[in-house]
Design a protein around this ligand. Sequence first.
Ligand code: ADP
Ligand code: MG
Length: 314
Amino acid sequence: MIEVEGLTKRFGTFTAVDHVSFTVGKGSIFGFLGPNGSGKTTVIRMLCGILQPTEGTARIGGHDIVRDLEPIKEIIGYMSQKFSLYDELTVNENLIFAGKLYGLSGRALNQRREEMIATTHLEPYIDRRAAQLSGGWRQRLAMACSLMHRPSVLFLDEPTAGIDPVARRELWDLLFEFAGKGMTLFVTTHYMDEAERCDHVGYIYLSKLIVCGEPDELKKLPDVNPPGTRRLDVTCDHVTTALHAMHEMPGVRTATVFGQSMHLLVDETVTPTQIEEQLRKVGVAHVEIHEMGPSLEDVFVQLSAKHAAERKAA
Ligand code: ADP
Ligand code: MG
């Protein structure tokens, strides 16, 4: 449904998006991740026809994003990173306004408005001004507005940034519902739990797409699992002290805190007993160690470190 080949955007001498290529299948959810300023929004704006690419091509539903912009406008919806709602208008009025922008009127507009209210459960809020909605409900309204014209591809730029965990979960439930009905979703996010739920993920770093694939495949990449190493999950008291001790310990390649535990990448020669001893020396007790596979976050951290090192060397 989305085919991107060598897509590039330069602003003057600065390359914001550098030869990015990927495809997204119909009815799937593609998660697009990367640090701030890495080019995510610029990719979306090119795919939505708001920005002209400097180089490369992209097709949506077979239509070229430069030559066939009109059919593309009909099949895509775009929920931008900045709120695109009218604060002074009510929920109802925002929906009507969005529908009219897409040429809906009369009974068709009314029917679609009702469908979107039902889908997103906005009913209790229809007469409330957009400005008075909580973050989660604003995002639902923005999503409903971007769906008024029944697009088959929806671009969402950080739809869950700044909303609470329950609203986040509920928004994702909606996305799965849409994907289940055949809609193709392209979502940018900073949340790893959201990325884990996507069919495919891409990670863009310093303007370049450095990895792209199914989450489970990416976790098996050789670069993520260096030969002669293993990953351990360590739960213990005083995680901060423990982390410091692990950074000092020979054979420990990386140590990162994950909530109440630490994730370690260690040489195979490092045993759980050695780790326990090292921790006991600094007064850390209640140590539990399990072997584990890499998380998606491990994948991105590992690959961007490698990419940064290669850039430095070049
Ligand atoms: P992300 O969405 O990943 O945070 P963006 O796509 O917004 O990143 O931005 C990528 C880079 O391109 C940033 O360094 C940003 O400052 C730059 N950029 C974006 N839009 C423009 C523009 N219109 N003119 C110049 N630079 C821009
Ligand atoms: Mg952005």
